[in-house]
Design a protein around this ligand. Structure first.
Ligand code: HPA
Length: 273
């Protein structure tokens, strides 16, 4: 036991005391996707501020709310708002929520985010299943003394994003007429957007989309043995892909525009888990 594992246990106990238990899947909602949490039936809502040791999520467009509710006959633990590395949180805080999800014995997680499109075939507003990631954040959430209670010291990362869940999501996309791209997500520290030269470099490295989240949570989830699915909403062409500056308002506006389709996809996936 460490101070960190103590804090995880305290947060998980506080949530259990409020009836948060028995979720079939957790889902981390990226920028603009908070509406999904609103749509859950028979919901228990817990503001992040009411959960001991839970870091606050400050970015505009993130609610800071945990909701346990029912979608398509499944109990879903929705996390509306996440702590980001670019806010100055250490990666152990960025992934605290994921640790608590693990402590609550949730067997799988869907990570969603907004991302810039590096692949020039991607339309703005497209949804991309994350096949794999490249962590260029400059650190790793497992840096530290290492605690066997958290998982292996050197966890395997050969299949971070579950083949089974990706196949299931592909089927749901096809059967519900939601076009789905596939690709590699490169995670960067932020908060400045990338330069065009960085985007060209990432393309050479094999990346299709770029964002400032998800990889740390995915690493931690895998260390704990959860099944992981990742979906990016391509909210903008990455820097230099088209001759236009980037801004967060545009990212939020596009995320809001495709929200209906994104939620439909998530519901379809959850219904077939
Ligand atoms: N870069 C990094 N993060 C992002 C972007 C981007 O272009 N769009 C949305 N999140």
């Amino acid at each position: 036991m460490s101070l960190y594992t103590d804090r995880i246990a305290v947060a998980a106990d506080a949530l259990r005391a409020r009836g948060v238990a028995g979720a079939d899947v957790a889902i981390v909602l990226g920028s603009g996707l908070g509406a999904f949490a609103e749509s859950l039936a028979d919901a228990i809502r817990v503001p992040y501020a009411a959960i001991p040791h839970w870091p606050a999520a400050k970015v505009v467009g993130h609610a800071g709310l945990l909701v346990l509710g029912t979608v398509a006959g499944r109990r879903v633990l929705a996390l509306s708002g996440r702590a980001h590395f670019y806010e100055g949180h250490p990666l152990t805080d960025v992934t605290f929520a994921m640790r608590v999800v693990g402590a609550l014995d949730v067997p799988r997680v869907i990570l969603t985010n907004a991302a810039g499109g590096i692949n020039t075939r991607f339309a703005t507003g497209a949804l991309m299943l994350i096949d794999d990631h490249i962590n260029l954040m400059g650190s790793n959430p497992l840096v530290g003394p290492g605690d066997p209670a958290l998982g292996a010291r050197f966890p395997d990362m050969t299949e971070v994003y579950s083949r089974r869940l990706r196949a299931l999501a592909t089927e749901v996309g096809a059967s519900s007429g939601i076009p789905l791209e596939h690709g590699i997500y490169v995670a960067v520290h932020g908060p400045s957007y990338e330069t065009p030269a960085e985007i060209r470099a990432f393309r050479v490295l094999g990346a299709d989309a770029v964002g400032m989240s998800t990889a740390p949570e995915a690493i931690v989830a895998r260390q704990m043995g959860l099944e992981v699915l990742g979906v990016s909403c391509i909210t903008n062409p990455a820097a230099g892909v088209v001759d236009a500056p980037l801004n967060h308002d545009e990212v939020m506006a596009v995320a809001a525009r495709v929200r209906g389709q994104f939620i439909q996809l998530l519901e379809g996936i959850i219904g077939r888990l």
